[in-house]
Design a protein around this ligand. Structure first.
Ligand code: GLC
Ligand code: CA
Length: 552
């Protein structure tokens, strides 16, 4: 098979075992030096990803957007934001990726648009009850003069979920719903016009040759009838909630939308992936998002949020390997993305840090850098041996930590503003990544500009530095990906090895034995040739916070 064939749309159900690398375009590589990464930057740096050995890339949104939520506020779904380049730049990037055998998934944001979307602008000037308003969720307020929001829902980013508008005649008017920022009005997915519009958006990108879609907030599109009041449990987080009946998450009507989308993808030859971003508390609930005729994959956030604890990991891995295959889907695995604290920091914090809060200089929870990196390397060594598909987030292959010390003035996440600086939010995982230690902006561009400042000590994480060091995190990832492919681990079957002790995670996948020591004391290494280990090994022991693969 040639490289081109390897990424051609006629390939098999490649997503079942794929390792998919998330590119956060504004922070990956900046070709024109304005401080914001772009599509030509991605094209130039694709060889690095081919060397790393990933199967596909997923690009966070690069469509036209006022960037109020870093592109997750889309004003035109069928064009590229000039910040990132042009549609021609996209086509060139896609072609260059396919030439290297790398498939390309784009991010689709169907729950809400930007308030700058032409439909929302039309809705604002149209009258209550008009077809223009019916594309979004407008309601009259409560109270004598409609001065109170239609219900008590709270935005994921803080504050209320409703915003009152001023009607065309200058009087205070209806309210519109926004699960996220006020600049992100939610569509009304019970409206057939909205459904038809998104079929067109899917076809637009499919016609250009994309290999699939990561679907933003996939569980949020349909809201419960009557929009009943709801207060999240005090200990739940805003994206998930243990509660079964969150009136804006996981409503059954959503599945109908994805059956419809699945049918659109089937109009095209070959196999493409639909991946759901659905924050749910258990693998069982997450698996409701994948069906042979709906989504192909759902991010395994219960796995991501599991702490560094052998029993907890064994449980979530077992549950995942039960729940996803039971509905004909691969299990998926993920440790980092653009919404969470990077796992090289998250896995060794001095205190708890609730999901979505982020960490900053004044947080009670602070990372222990060396321990965090060590655990992160071990965690990834475990993850890449698991059957199914795995997601990587740009920079984790360099062992990048969360940037904790960003100056307040640099922060851009709406969470930071909507909580009056109470939650730091997600900027710390979004800092532009380092390529060359000695170059301006560590090679992110050649001007030295960077939309979020890079920590001054990041030269040590630069790709060229790590490429020259055989013990680097980059070499570890490259080895893991090569061996995962050679041993067919993505398509394998996991069998637990139970007798290694409470702090040990041990399993077999095909002819590979995987063992991870999550305890504080070294343990004996099983017999067999060591294929790869997360730390250099000496003697027949596996040190604390270390994982290894052995030929069995
Ligand atoms: C998803 C994205 C996140 C964004 C939110 C609203 O959770 O991953 O970055 O802020 O949706 O679109
Ligand atoms: Ca740029």
């Amino acid at each position: 098979m040639t490289q081109q064939d390897a990424a051609s749309p006629t390939g098999s159900e490649w997503w079942r075992t794929a390792v998919i690398y998330q590119i956060y375009p504004r922070s990956f590589a900046d070709a024109n030096g304005d401080g914001i990464g772009d599509l030509p930057g991605i094209t130039r740096r694709l060889d690095a990803l081919a060397d790393l050995g990933v199967d596909a890339i997923w690009l966070s949104p690069f469509m036209v957007s006022p960037q109020k939520d870093a592109g997750y506020d889309v004003a035109d779904y069928c064009d590229v934001d000039p910040l990132f380049g042009t549609l021609d730049d996209f086509d060139r990037m896609l072609h260059a990726a396919h030439e290297r055998g790398i498939r390309v998934i784009v991010d689709l944001v169907p729950n809400h648009s930007s308030d700058q979307h032409v439909w929302f602008q039309e809705a604002l000037t149209a009258a209550p009850g008009s077809p223009e308003r019916a594309r979004y969720i407008f309601r009259d307020g409560k109270g004598e003069n409609g001065e109170l929001p239609p219900n008590n829902w709270e935005s994921v980013f803080g504050g209320g979920m409703w915003q009152r508008v001023v009607e065309a005649d200058g009087t205070p008017g209806q309210w519109y719903l926004h699960i996220f920022d006020v600049s992100q009005p939610d569509f009304d997915w019970t409206n057939p016009e909205v459904r038809e519009y998104f079929r067109g958006v899917l076809r637009f990108w499919l016609d250009r040759g994309v290999d699939g879609f990561r679907v933003d907030v996939a569980h949020g599109l349909i809201k419960a009838d009557g929009l009943p009041d709801y207060s999240p449990p005090a200990d739940g987080d805003s994206m998930g909630g243990e509660d079964d009946d969150v009136p804006y998450w996981g409503q059954p009507g959503v599945h109908d939308v994805y059956r419809d989308w699945h049918a659109v993808l089937e109009e095209y030859p070959g196999h493409r992936a639909l991946c759901a971003e659905a924050w749910l508390p258990t693998p069982e609930k997450t698996a409701l998002w994948v069906r042979p005729d709906e989504m192909n994959q759902a991010f395994n956030f219960p796995y991501l949020t599991t702490e560094w604890d052998a029993a907890a990991l064994r449980k979530v891995i077992s549950e995942s390997l039960e729940a996803f295959p039971a509905v004909g889907a691969p299990a998926t695995w993920v440790l980092s993305n653009h919404d969470v604290i990077r796992h090289a920091s998250r896995l060794a914090l001095t205190a708890e840090s609730p999901q979505g809060e982020g960490i900053g200089p004044l947080s009670a929870a602070q990372p222990i850098p060396e321990l965090g990196l060590r655990r992160a390397r071990a965690a990834t060594t475990v993850m890449l041996a698991l059957p199914g598909s795995a997601y990587l987030f740009q920079g984790e292959e360099l062992g990048l930590p969360e940037a904790v010390d960003l100056p307040d003035s640099a922060r851009q996440d709406p969470t930071w503003f909507r909580t009056n600086h109470e939650k730091y939010g997600r900027d710390g995982c979004r800092v532009p990544i380092p390529w060359e230690a000695a170059a301006p902006a560590f090679g992110f561009n050649d001007s030295g500009a960077s939309w979020l400042p890079q920590p001054t000590d990041w030269a040590r994480f630069a790709r060229d530095v790590e490429a020259a060091d055989p013990d680097s995190t980059l070499h570890l990832y490259t080895r893991l990906l090569r061996l995962r492919r050679e041993h067919g681990l993505g398509a394998g079957t996991l069998t637990w090895i139970g007798d290694e002790g409470d702090d040990v995670l041990a399993f077999r996948n095909g002819n590979v034995t995987v063992i991870a020591n999550l305890g504080a004391q070294p343990i004996p290494l099983p017999s067999g040739e060591v294929l790869v280990s997360s730390e250099p090994l000496t003697g027949d022991v596996l040190p604390a916070d270390t994982a290894a693969w052995l030929l069995s």
